[in-house]
Design a protein around this ligand. Structure first.
Ligand code: NAD
Length: 374
C-alpha cells in the first residue's frame, strides 16, 4: 500500500510539475526578473488612488517603464502627481477625454487602477486607442465582461495582463518551487485566508462598483494561490456566505465567504475571506512529507515562508525565511515584466485568460453561496 501511494505521489507530482512548468518555467521566471529594452515603455495611469501610488513608485525603479500620462477626475491632484513624475500637463486627461490618448505617442500602455466595475470599460477604450493594458485584479465583475476585454485587446492587437503581483514575488515562487520539486511529498490539502475589517465609506461596499464583497477583493488571492500552488484547475467548488444584517456596511455585498475546492489530483483546499476581521493573508500547504506556510503571503512586503518536511535523506528540514524586500518592489517587477513583454512581443505570464479563469470560478462560488453577480 505504501509503495502504491508513493508511486501515485510521484505521478501526481510529475503531473503538477508539467502544468506548473508552463507558468513557472525558468524562462517565465527569468522574464519576471529581467528589465526591458533601453527605450522605456510609457504608461498612462488610469485612476490615481492607493494602488496607483504603489505602482507609480514601483515604476520609478523599472528601467524599462515610465509614467508618461495620467487619467483622473481630479485635475488638481493629477497636476500635483504629474509634477512628481515629470508628466507634462498636456498628458493629463479626464475620464471623458481619455480616448484622445490615441495620438499621444509617449503612451504605449495603460495601468487600470479603478474600482472593479470600471475595469472593462477602461480596458476596452484603451485597447481601441491602441494601448497595451495592465489591469488590476479582479479583472472585471462578470465573466462576460472579462471575455469582452480579451476580445477587444485581441482585435486591437494589444497585450492584456492582469496585475497578479504574487506571480512575480520570490516568497510565493519559492513555495511553488518547493511543491513543484516534490519536497513536501504528495500535496493533500491547502488552507488559505485573506480578510480585513473594512471602513464604512469604501466603494468596495457598493455592489455596482465592486461587483461583490471580499471574495472579489482579497479572497481572489487565496483562490488564485490554490491554482498556482497546485498547478491545477478546480474540478469542484462549494461556498457559503454570511452577512450581519444589522451592520449597514453589508447591505449590498457579502461579509464572509468560505469555500472548499476539489482538484483533479485529489488535493482539497479550504479558504476563507472576510470584510469583518483582520485576518492577514496566508496559506498552508500540507503534503505527505511535511508542510509549507507563507504568512503573510499576499502583503506588499514583510512576507515570510516557513516549512518543515522530511527530506529525502531521512532528516527533517526546517525553513524559516523572512523576505526582507520593501514595497514597492513587487510593482517594479510587475512593470518590468509587462514592459519586457511589450518590447519582445511575449505573452504576459498573467494574461487576460488568467483573470478570466478566476472570474469563472468566482461566478461558480457566488452561485454556490446563493449570491447573484452583476
Ligand atoms: P482607491 O479607492 O484607492 O482608488 C480608486 C481610484 O478610482 C481613485 O483615484 C478614484 O478617484 C477613482 N475613481 C473613479 N471613479 C470612481 C468612482 N465612481 N468611485 C470611486 N473611485 C473612483 O482604490 P484602490 O484600492 O486603489 O483599488 C483600485 C483597484 O485596484 C481595484 O480594482 C482593486 O481591487 C485593485 N487593488 C489591487 C491591489 C493589488 O495589490 N494588486 C491592491 C489594492 C487594490
Amino acid at each position: 500500500m505504501s509503495i502504491t501511494r508513493r508511486q501515485f505521489g510521484r505521478q501526481i507530482t510529475a503531473m503538477s510539475a508539467l502544468s506548473m512548468a508552463a507558468r513557472f518555467s525558468p524562462r517565465a521566471l527569468a522574464q519576471s526578473a529581467e528589465s526591458a529594452s533601453p527605450q522605456p515603455v510609457g504608461y498612462a495611469i488610469i485612476g490615481l488612488g492607493r494602488i496607483a501610488d504603489h505602482f507609480m513608485r514601483g515604476i520609478q525603479a523599472s528601467p524599462g517603464s515610465k509614467v508618461t500620462a495620467l487619467v483622473s477626475g481630479h485635475r488638481d491632484k493629477a497636476e500635483r502627481i504629474a509634477a512628481q513624475y515629470n508628466v507634462p500637463k498636456s498628458s493629463i486627461y479626464s475620464y471623458e477625454e481619455m480616448d484622445a490618448m490615441r495620438s499621444n505617442k509617449a503612451v504605449e500602455a495603460v495601468y487600470v487602477a479603478l474600482p472593479n466595475s470600471m475595469h472593462a470599460e477602461y480596458t476596452i477604450r484603451s485597447a481601441k486607442a491602441g494601448k497595451h493594458v495592465l489591469c488590476e485584479k479582479p479583472m472585471a465583475v462578470s465573466v462576460a465582461e472579462s471575455k469582452s476585454m480579451i476580445d477587444a485587446c485581441n482585435q486591437a492587437n494589444v497585450k492584456l495582463m492582469i496585475a497578479y503581483r504574487c506571480h512575480f514575488e520570490p516568497t510565493n515562487l519559492k513555495a511553488v518551487k518547493l511543491i513543484h520539486d516534490g519536497e513536501i511529498g504528495k500535496v493533500q490539502s491547502i488552507q488559505s485566508a485573506f480578510g480585513f475589517d473594512i471602513g464604512a465609506t469604501e466603494w468596495r461596499l457598493n455592489k455596482k462598483l465592486a461587483g461583490g464583497g471580499p471574495m472579489m477583493d482579497v479572497g481572489i488571492y487565496c483562490l488564485n494561490a490554490t491554482r498556482y500552488l497546485t498547478g491545477e484547475e478546480p474540478s469542484d467548488l462549494r461556498a457559503y456566505a454570511t452577512s450581519d444584517a444589522s451592520d449597514p456596511r453589508f447591505k449590498e455585498v457579502e461579509e464572509n465567504l468560505v469555500w472548499n475546492t476539489k482538484f483533479p489530483s485529489g488535493v482539497v483546499a479550504s479558504c476563507n475571506t472576510t470584510y469583518g476581521a483582520n485576518m492577514g493573508g496566508y496559506y498552508r500547504v500540507y503534503g505527505s512529507r511535511g508542510w509549507i506556510e507563507a504568512s503573510p503571503a499576499f502583503n506588499y512586503d514583510g512576507l515570510r515562508l516557513r516549512a518543515e518536511y522530511l527530506g529525502r535523506d531521512g532528516k527533517w528540514v526546517s525553513l524559516d525565511e523572512p523576505n526582507l524586500e520593501k514595497d514597492p518592489i513587487q510593482f517594479t517587477r510587475q512593470a518590468d515584466h509587462f514592459s519586457a513583454c511589450i518590447r519582445r512581443n511575449l505573452t504576459p505570464k498573467t494574461p487576460g485568460e488568467e483573470g478570466l479563469r478566476d472570474m469563472e470560478l468566482i461566478a461558480r462560488l457566488y452561485n454556490s453561496a446563493g449570491i447573484t453577480m452583476l
